[in-house]
Design a protein around this ligand. Sequence first.
Ligand SMILES: [Zn+2]
Length: 62
Amino acid sequence: MPTQIACPTCKRLVDWSSNPYRPFCSERCRLIDLGAWLNGQRAIPGEPLGTDSPDESPPEES
Ligand SMILES: [Zn+2]
């Protein structure tokens, strides 16, 4: 019995060993997941970008 995994995009069971698009079932699902990342739907929670760092001070010129 071949190892099967559920496609993260469409939840369809796909064969792992013979699947070039793993963990997805197809290139389409892979691109859909990639698009979800790019659209911010799967944004990783963390520190917001663009905040001022207190350690950074402007260089002093004498
Ligand atoms: Zn899929």
